[in-house]
Design a protein around this ligand. Sequence first.
Ligand code: PLP
Length: 390
Amino acid sequence: MENINALFHLNPEITHLNHGSFGACPKPIFDDYQKWQLELEQDAMNFFIHTGPKYLKQAREALGNFFNCKGDDVVFTTNPSYAINIIAKSLQLQAGDEILATDIEYGAMDRTWNYYCKKSRAKFIRQHISLPVKSIDQVVEDFFKGLTPNTKAIFISHLTSSTALKLPVDAICKRAKEYGLLTIVDGAHIPGHFELDLQQLDADIYTGACHKWLLTPKGCSFLYVRKELQERFDPLIVSWGYESSHPSDSLFLDYHEYQGTRDFSAFLTVPKAIQFRAEHNWAKISESCVKLILDNYADVCDLFGSAPICPVNATYLGQMCSIPVQTTDPIQLQFKLFEKYKIQTPIFVQDEQTYLRFSINGYNSQGDIDKLKNAVVEIKQTTALIDAKG
Ligand SMILES: Cc1ncc(COP(=O)(O)O)c(C=O)c1O
């Protein structure tokens, strides 16, 4: 059997249970990244003017094939924050307009929407989703309780950050369309984690990160915009692509792809990442990772005196899960797990609730989860950091 751990550069002295935040890039894909960087360094003039744009097109097409959309309907961005800033800045919101979201969105996205909404005196609505989630219908019903005549667009995570919940984005987008709303999906965690068919989902706008579960190097994400809407969005960085002297067929690509001198090598690794995943049958590896999550989620919750925040099945969970934690000091708890036990796992506070989230990828095993469980037992016995009365 293949030694998956040997494929990664990860420090073997650490138990890595946080793939979800920044991903980890296998060596063959990382080598591909450095190959592009070297080519750039050897002849920057040729790379930026001739070969680079062709390589970018190939990478966009590979991405489009993988997610079932046209290659020229996606642009690469360094991260989903960048992508959503492009959108939020150009929406031309009016005073009183509302963007309907949930109260379990990613913090950087909450901030982005708050910023642009404040500027135009629009409102960012964080609609409450009751936890534990009971059913898809419940999530959809909870969400649309926030709908008002002023709602202009919906913004929703496909898989949430601190709560690690897969949301029924297809049902929500379908209903939003019936109301004539613009649909914007934050799919940061979806590429390489769940099947994604952008045509079938039919969201107007979708962003995803490739450096998480698709296994590219960091700084590789994308923004998809439905063709008819593309010209609505100004470049976030105005550069040579604006009023271009050599325009392509697509204003969307010109506006968002040219940003002055920058190293876009990470974007070019997408074809290699897709090939790597096929060669190593990563879909099968993902399946066994999901199984580890499903087998262990309730047990880890139990150790914390809490309970799963959704039915424990693959409708709601992928390769991560979040445990509600009662702690006197979330920062100290995360620090302790790392300092004493060398376990990297994030602890998030969202509104009043603290969650410990752990992620599983091919380089993890049951042994890693056992280390987390043992550490939690010991921390409970030796400190007052965890209150697990439940
Ligand atoms: C739901 C969600 N959206 C977006 C992001 C990505 O954000 P960033 O732009 O900071 O990389 C993350 C990262 O973890 C996330 O969990």
